[in-house]
Design a protein around this ligand. Structure first.
Ligand code: NAP
Length: 244
């Protein structure tokens, strides 16, 4: 199956590092025009050098009004990937208002705002579109010290379903991908300890963590017309972790 996104314009959040950065490159390969949004300007500069033609937007998605202002003149967008997130790992009894607010602002609230901006103009233009939210296996399974992160991803799964329900009649599909551990900066920060990693690996029937490419391929499928009848789905990219 060949996926082409030629003629489509895609916005990827959290595009400076990890999954978002590789997704930008993959989208270029399948012919899409790409707008890369992230927080650190040096990441965006190096990405623009690596992938000439990629447009960049530097903004902190935790800041609602700055994000609104940064996306004001974004122009037509056909495909959106809400990928940016933070993971603050702490025991439940030590969760603070600050970590809760910071996490929900980026992992859930920004996905709402950016999707509203994009979906409104898709509707105005009378075209359909596809939105993919990058969730996690942590949305559906409890993981030690992940109370806030799990809650944000659970919220994102349900947000995906409500968006699918309300935006479907406007020809906008909304799905999410739910990866297991991926050894990006985020993955390394939380799963480099071999004992901790082994406890997770032993529960993944396929016996390995996900590669960035596994996640990127699933996102490309959900963005493309090849998944034209799929909306409101949470696609595990977890090697079977969630089956038990
Ligand atoms: P990553 O390597 O930490 O990259 C995250 C990217 O998002 C960075 O470029 C970061 O920019 C950007 N970002 C974070 N907060 C932002 C903000 N407030 N405004 C704008 N950009 C912001 O993470 P990743 O592993 O690629 O994760 C991508 C997605 O996959 C996330 O939604 C994550 O929850 C999900 N996921 C990851 C794993 C895993 O094990 N890695 C597993 C399941 C799901 P800065 O570095 O400049 O802050």
């Amino acid at each position: 199956m060949e996926i082409s996104l030629a003629g489509r314009r895609a916005l990827v959040t959290g595009a400076g590092k990890g999954i978002g950065r590789e997704l930008v490159k993959a989208l270029r390969k399948v012919g899409a025009q790409v707008i890369a949004l992230s927080r650190s300007s040096e990441d965006l500069q190096s990405l623009a050098k690596e992938c000439p033609g990629v447009e960049t937007i530097c903004v902190d998605l935790g800041d609602w009004s700055a994000t609104e202002a940064a996306l004001k003149s974004i122009g037509p967008v056909d495909l959106l990937v809400n990928n940016a997130a933070i993971a603050i790992i702490e025991p439940f009894l030590e969760v603070t208002q600050e970590s809760f607010d910071k996490s929900f602002a980026v992992n859930v609230r920004a996905a709402i705002l950016v999707s509203q901006i994009v979906a409104r103009q898709m509707i105005e233009r009378g075209v359909g579109g596809s939105i993919v939210n990058v969730s996690s296996q942590a949305s559906q399974a409890a993981i030690q010290n992940h109370a806030v992160y799990c809650s944000t991803k659970g919220g994102l799964d349900m947000l995906t379903k409500v968006m699918a329900l309300e935006l479907g009649p406007k020809k906008i599909r909304v799905n999410c991908v739910n990866p297991t551990v991926v050894m990006t900066a985020m993955g390394r920060a939380n799963w480099s300890d071999p004992q901790k990693a082994e406890s997770m690996l032993s529960r993944i029937p396929i016996g390995r963590f996900a590669e960035v490419e596994d996640v990127v391929n699933s996102i490309l499928f959900l963005l493309s017309d090849k998944s034209g009848m799929t909306t409101g789905a949470c696609l595990p990219v977890d090697g079977g972790y969630l089956v038990s």
